[in-house]
Design a protein around this ligand. Structure first.
Ligand SMILES: C[S@@+](CC[C@H](N)C(=O)[O-])C[C@H]1O[C@@H](n2cnc3c(N)ncnc32)[C@H](O)[C@@H]1O
Length: 280
């Protein structure tokens, strides 16, 4: 008994001297380069985070999801600097808890959240903006899922590309690169095109060839196929032009919504009208 009391005495003195140490376990301190499930943790520098969110033109209407959230800095910046709703998905449970604490400390707990989970299992399809700092092979593994997201979803990647899906913008700073893409609508194939206006109504076929956001194609002009000029797809916005049988150039702009596209056209003879295309 006496011996036990004697042994406890130094510990009691220690607890009196350092009461905080007695109550709180040591704070989790992540180490740059520490292992992660599919990639190590290295934080994106602040200026790159800001450029990534600016490239994506994030606003308070966005829902930003960071795939592999690390210490939560991208989700925090999206909420704090741009007023967006943000979610970070982080596999490492201790890191996810640490990142959630950072969210609270930054005072953005109402808009941002960190969720422990695997980016290859967790549903992120509700995002309007995806951010990531992963690895080329992981970007490629995620690519089919990203391309199947709502057209117009913006995607930003620190350092790594999407292989042959070329970026719409590449920004560089201090030797680092950030890449930006807009998920394109699917317009590949044959469409029945109806053009009305300028006192006429034309029905013809529009054929589009698509590789990611790049499109080309042609339109049926009686016995021939007239090639499209300046064909462009950005998310669900499409534009193209062709020169008709009378040598008049018509410029079309419109929006894609599933199996339907519609919009307006303007011809260089001054006529204007509407167009609708439905998937054949
Ligand atoms: C290079 S760090 C980037 C962190 C943060 N996005 C940034 O840019 O500062 C990658 C993070 O992804 C996490 N990670 C690795 N594999 C993951 C997976 N399958 N699901 C979720 N997170 C993962 C790692 O733990 C690490 O924190």
């Amino acid at each position: 008994m006496h011996l036990l009391r004697l042994a406890a005495a130094p510990l009691a003195a220690l607890l009196l001297a350092f009461p905080a140490a007695a109550q709180k376990p040591a704070a989790y301190e992540p180490q740059v380069g520490q292992a992660g499930k599919d990639v190590i943790w290295v934080p994106t520098p602040d200026e790159v985070v800001e450029r990534m969110l600016r490239m994506a033109q994030v606003t308070a209407n966005d829902y930003v999801i960071d795939l592999g959230a690390g210490n939560g800095k991208i989700a925090i910046a999206a909420a704090k600097l741009f007023g967006a709703r943000a979610l970070g998905i982080e596999y490492n449970p201790e890191m996810a808890k640490h990142a959630q604490e950072n969210v609270e400390k930054a005072g953005v707990g109402g808009r941002a959240r960190i969720q422990q989970g695997d980016i290859f299992v967790t549903d992120f399809t509700q995002a309007s903006v995806i951010t990531m700092y992963l690895l080329p092979a992981l970007n490629l593994k995620l690519r089919p899922q990203i391309l199947a997201m709502r057209p117009g979803t913006r995607v930003v990647s620190h350092s790594f590309t999407m292989d042959d899906w070329e970026a719409d913008e590449t920004s560089s700073m201090d030797g680092r690169r950030a890449y930006f893409w807009v998920v394109p609508a699917n317009v590949q194939g044959a469409w029945a095109l109806e053009v009305t206006g300028g006192g006429a109504s034309d029905k013809t076929e529009l054929t589009l060839e698509q590789k990611y956001q790049k499109i080309e194609g042609n339109v049926g002009l009686g016995p021939l196929q007239g090639g499209l000029r300046d064909a462009r797809l950005r998310g669900f916005n499409i534009s193209f032009a062709y020169v008709d049988m009378k040598g008049v150039r018509r410029d079309f702009t419109g929006r894609v919504s599933g199996g339907r596209m519609e919009g307006s056209f303007r011809a260089d003879n001054g006529s204007e009208g509407r167009w609708v295309a439905t998937r054949k």
